[in-house]
Write a protein that binds this ligand. Structure first.
Ligand SMILES: Cc1ncc(COP(=O)(O)O)c(C=O)c1O
Ligand SMILES: [Zn+2]
Length: 424
């Protein structure tokens, strides 16, 4: 067992590995600490082979995850044989996108290829497994959309009760793709920040594992597996830059933690990739703080089509700012129009149809390329965190040619114009 305890990120106070998320002394957030001394100082090749021999899912990184019994499952069996394995999603070389942007090497990490179509399956796998270790029978969450589907699905797969709390104005596709798993779906009349506040209150009253509230330290660790996979898929090498969507800032921060843990063990060499955070103009508290040179975020009221990133008061905002600054990166924001263009550009150059969060990420890469903020020779990884479930965002990005079922009708379209449109 590599996991040792919880530690306050602000004052270093330590705590046992309980369902606890805030420091009693300073209210700082708690983080999981590991003891990797049994892995350090040995043969790096051996350690790499040990990882490569693991299951084709996130549990190949069990040495770096906060499960006391190692990889979880009933009677300690590998999680890959139970539940809903997440991870090992494709890293796709995107030469057509790179060419369009005047860049040399762009990779798309397609985390839409997870069981419920977003990277949230990584964090929920870890949190739900830890919830079971801690003896909880109910998992719950405050969600901007994707977490809802993931918690509902893992509850179903693992035989746990689930409650998911969402803002009432969520996209219908996200509601349908959570409700189908037979969860208790609660639509709250308010913003995500209202939902989160309610869930924080409820977590003090109920004996439930709120994956992103009282189990947040464990939940957040699941995002590190995205960093491990990127490095492993690049042959245990680091990219020069990662472009990553930011809502609460947890994914962005934990990607850096994951790279750091592997650097410490010599599994990968080089410095932390330049970390570029991506937000929507209509909810950009971290980008605004970055631009203003502040180390804290001023909460905002979200107004954007990127609802999955619509967190106005980001819990990990200060840590995300720190990661951006110490990696030589930045946190950028893009307009709703640019998000739609980003979705279409990614789809039309790579065949990957992402949701609005991926539109934010792609549009941010476009912005970096067009403004010359990126060296054309950099090896860039674009982190695509969710599938095109936000279908409405694709409306207007293409034309449909309606005809009678006759050759004449088709030819009347003006085959030349149509061919041009279709060849794009
Ligand atoms: C698709 C998608 N991408 C990225 C994020 C950002 O996650 P975080 O809150 O860890 O910054 C979310 C979270 O809500 C999401 O749903
Ligand atoms: Zn503290």
């Amino acid at each position: 067992m590599a996991v040792s305890n919880l530690k306050c990120r602000e004052c270093d106070a330590t705590y046992p590995l309980e369902a606890r998320y805030a420091c009693e002394h300073c209210f700082g957030p708690l983080e999981v600490v590991y003891d990797h001394s049994h892995l350090a100082g040995g043969d790096v090749g051996e350690l790499r082979r040990r990882i490569q021999a693991g299951p084709q899912n996130i549990w190949r990184y069990a040495d770096f995850l906060p499960l006391v019994d190692g990889a979880p499952g009933p009677s300690g069996r590998l999680a890959s044989r139970v539940g809903l394995p997440a991870g090992c999603t494709p890293l796709i070389r995107a030469d057509r996108l790179a060419q369009r942007l005047g860049l040399r090497e762009v990779w798309v990490k397609n985390d839409a290829a997870n069981p419920t179509h977003s990277f949230k399956d990584r964090v929920v796998s870890v949190a739900a497994s830890r919830a079971r270790e801690l003896g909880f029978h109910t998992i719950a969450c405050a969600s901007t959309g994707n977490l809802a589907g993931s918690v509902a699905a893992y509850g179903a797969a693992m035989g746990l009760q689930s409650y998911v709390f969402i803002p009432a104005d969520l996209e219908e596709q996200k509601i349908l793709s959570a409700g189908v798993y037979g969860t208790n779906l609660v639509a709250v009349k308010g913003t995500y920040d209202d939902v989160n506040r309610l869930c924080t209150e409820l977590s003090a009253e109920r004996d439930w594992a709120f994956v992103n509230v009282n189990l947040r330290p464990y939940y957040a660790e699941g995002s590190k597996t995205l960093a491990f996979e990127i490095a492993e898929q690049l042959g245990f090498e680091l990219p020069d830059r990662c472009v990553v969507p930011v809502a609460s800032g947890s994914l962005f921060t934990k990607l850096a933690k994951g790279f750091g843990e592997w650097q410490d063990l010599g599994l990968i060499e080089g410095s932390l990739p330049t970390m570029t955070g991506a937000q929507a103009d209509g909810c950009s508290p971290v980008a605004q703080a970055f631009a203003g040179g502040q180390d804290f975020c001023v909460p905002v009221k979200p107004d954007t089509i990127a609802k999955s990133l619509a967190i106005g008061n980001p819990a990990d905002g200060p840590y995300a700012l720190d990661v951006a600054r110490r990696s030589g990166g930045s946190v950028e924001s893009v307009s709703d129009e640019e998000i739609v263009d980003g979705i279409a550009l990614l789809a039309q150059t790579t065949g990957v149809f992402t949701e609005t969060a991926g539109g934010v990420t792609t549009a941010t890469l476009v912005k970096l390329a067009e403004s010359g903020q990126i060296d054309p020779d950099e090896r860039v990884v674009l982190v695509i965190t969710g599938d095109g479930l936000t279908l409405e965002a694709a409306r207007g990005t293409f034309a449909t040619h309606e005809i009678e079922p006759t050759v004449e009708s088709f030819e009347a379209l003006g085959a030349r114009n149509a061919a041009e449109a279709w060849a794009r």
